[in-house]
Design a protein around this ligand. Structure first.
Ligand code: G3H
Ligand code: 13P
Ligand code: ZN
Length: 313
């Protein structure tokens, strides 16, 4: 049986580690993640975006995740990533998801609270936990300044507002904007998270915190992609030591998708290029699954999550 994000993150908060939340889109990605978690006896959050659900199909993605949970016997939550409406949250809860994110970060403060509260009221009735977001992860187009936001105060999470938001919305965890962003191009200049802001948020907000856009865009995997025909230029992620500092300050869920995409692409490109006569998909998707496992093991260790499955009895 899947557990909720809340169960995972409360344990993580008490024991000073973070749980990796990995995006799944197909069987090989999922199997790579599960293989790593089994190897290191780690709890997991499997997360599904709206796009992933549409790509794989509502039934397929759920059945794949159920198979992974049953097969691995690990503490696993199944979570909706960036839910954009009450209706979508409701649908996945009907499907059996144990956690949803309602992303109202683009809305005005009051509207974000109202939408989040509506989802919380429904989800809690079904024993499902809710992640909300306050502040904006704008990404590459905004990062024109000194290695961080050009107008941090306007878009980064305000600690006082975060406290009020959590109290009034009733959400179980909060995604914060402190300088991360989605994708492979997170910083133009020196990568730098606003860890001082994170500390202030941590002091005021009593529930678990979430870091989106936390891929490190590992240069060695980008290099493999590029040496086999890709053109990924100027990519920059969050340095691993800054992720570790964020976990130390008190982040309990760390979202990773881009690093999995790059690892998978590296393996597929390498396999196809080295064996041009090969056309059995298992011959390039197998290595891709292995590469996912390698990256996820690295993340589990980075987050201090290794061996933590046993905390869940
Ligand atoms: O936060 C975004 C995740 O990387 C999911 O991306 O919407 O393309 O599936 P996606
Ligand atoms: P990355 O693009 O940094 O992997 O972030 C993924 C994410 O935040 C999913 O919600
Ligand atoms: Zn995200």
């Amino acid at each position: 049986m899947f557990i909720t994000n809340n169960e995972l993150m409360q344990k993580a908060m008490k024991n000073n580690f973070a749980v990796g939340a990995f995006n799944i889109n197909n069987m090989e990605i999922l199997q790579g993640i599960i293989a790593a978690a089994r190897e290191l006896d780690a709890p997991l959050i499997l997360q599904v975006s709206k796009g992933a659900r549409e790509y794989a199909g509502r039934t397929y993605i759920m059945k794949l995740a159920e198979a992974a949970e049953k097969d691995s016997n690990l503490p696993i939550a199944i979570h909706l990533d960036h839910g954009d409406s009450f209706e979508l949250c409701k649908q996945v809860i009907d499907d059996g998801f144990t956690s949803v994110m309602i992303d109202g970060s683009h809305l005005q403060f009051e509207e974000n609270i109202a939408l989040t509260k509506k989802v919380v009221d429904f989800a809690h009735g079904k024993k499902v936990s809710v992640e909300a977001e306050l502040g904006k992860l704008i990404g590459e187009q905004f990062d024109a300044g000194e290695g961080g936001a050009v107008s941090a105060n306007a878009i980064y999470t305000d600690p006082e507002q975060a406290k009020e938001f959590v109290e009034r919305s009733g959400c179980d965890s909060l995604a914060v904007a402190i300088g991360t962003s989605h994708g492979a191009y997170k910083f133009k200049a020196e990568p730098k998270l606003d860890l001082e802001r994170l500390q202030r948020i941590r002091r005021l907000v009593k529930i678990p915190l979430v870091l989106h856009g936390a891929s490190s865009v590992l240069p060695e995997y980008v290099a493999v992609c590029n040496s086999f025909g890709a053109s990924i230029q100027g990519s920059k992620g969050v340095p691993e030591d800054q992720i570790q500092q964020a976990v130390k300050i008190g982040v309990q869920k760390v979202n990773i998708d881009t690093d999995l995409r790059i690892a998978m692409t590296a393996a597929v490109r390498k396999s196809l290029s080295e064996k041009p006569a090969e056309f059995d998909p298992r011959k390039y998707l197998g290595p891709a699954r292995e590469m996912i496992k390698e990256v996820v093991e690295r993340k589990i260790k980075l987050l201090g999550c290794e061996g933590k499955a046993k905390l869940f009895g």
